[in-house]
Ligand binder design. Structure first.
Ligand SMILES: [Cu+2]
Length: 284
């Protein structure tokens, strides 16, 4: 069975950010309290996260600024499941390919949303937060449990709404909805997980003339020139079934492959794209 040896090309920013390096970072939250307006998150060159210790429940706009390419991920941990346990399971499960650890991590975590950010380029995302406790991390950080950050959604609802956006959906277990066939090349993208597994989305620009068949073939063989150009990608945070995240993006126009590389514990850690979670979408 193919493991997640996707080759150098695909093991690029996107994959490393969202899967391979799902270890974490963050230090104690700063002390500012909830206030109207966007939630400012900054990630330092040592991947320390600074953000408010409390936010309001409801739809929140986050603005993430990072010194390095980062993957800001918000999640909740089940009662009694500690950051230390999560950290250990990430290491054994996502990095080490031990399926029992991956299963335990998935069973005890709810992925809420987040965004990939580039240096000094503030990037916005929106999530609807129920009141309660959250953890956040930079998925690009090296494993260090002390770097997980905690925050709480408490108080009055924001009353805010997610801006109108093109919407893409994961459906069934590991499929993309067939629609829409095309979206704008920039703006806000809403990613809804209406499937039964955890997912994230990567849009990767296809080379001129490349076909979906070639993309699928490349995933299987990892041979030859990649039919996608991983210099032009955007990737979302991981979200659980039932969750929705909206995030800013801007890419060159063209045809893109839409993929998810989250590892499937029931398939020995095979990334979903290898199981057919790949389609094309036009950015115009
Ligand atoms: Cu997936």
């Amino acid at each position: 069975m193919r493991q997640s040896r996707i080759g150098a090309a695909i093991a690029s920013a996107a994959l490393v950010a969202s899967v391979g390096g799902a270890a974490v970072t963050a230090e104690a939250a700063s002390t500012s309290s909830a206030a109207a307006g966007p939630v400012a998150v900054s990630i330092s060159s040592t991947r320390m996260i600074t953000m408010p210790a409390t936010v309001q429940p409801g739809v929140n706009e986050f603005v993430v600024t990072s010194a390095k390419p980062s993957g800001f991920q918000v999640m909740t941990l089940a009662e009694g499941y500690t950051k230390e346990e999560a950290e250990a399971d990430v290491k054994k499960g996502l990095d080490g390919g031990k399926m029992s650890a991956l299963r335990r991590f998935e069973a005890n975590s709810t992925f809420i949303g987040g965004v990939a950010s580039l240096p000094d380029k503030p990037t916005r995302f929106w999530v609807d937060l129920a009141p309660g406790d959250y953890v956040a991390l930079d998925t690009r950080a090296k494993t260090d449990v002390d770097k997980w950050i905690s925050f709480t959604a408490v108080g009055e609802e924001t009353g805010a709404a997610v801006p109108a956006a093109a919407t893409i959906k994961a459906v069934r277990a590991t499929k993309w909805s067939n629609k829409p066939k095309s979206i704008s090349n920039k703006g806000i993208l809403t990613f809804k997980n209406r499937a039964s597994e955890n997912h994230f989305v990567i849009l990767a620009k296809m080379r001129k003339g490349a076909t979906l068949k070639q993309v699928k073939m490349f995933l299987q063989t990892e041979e030859g020139r990649p039919p996608v150009d991983f210099r032009h990608t955007v990737d979302s945070a991981v979200i659980d079934p039932g969750q929705t995240v909206s995030f800013e993006y801007k890419l060159p126009r063209g045809n893109y492959a839409m993929l998810c590389f989250w590892p499937d514990a029931s398939m020995g850690g095979m990334p979903h794209a290898f199981m057919g979670m790949v389609r094309t979408i036009k950015l115009k």
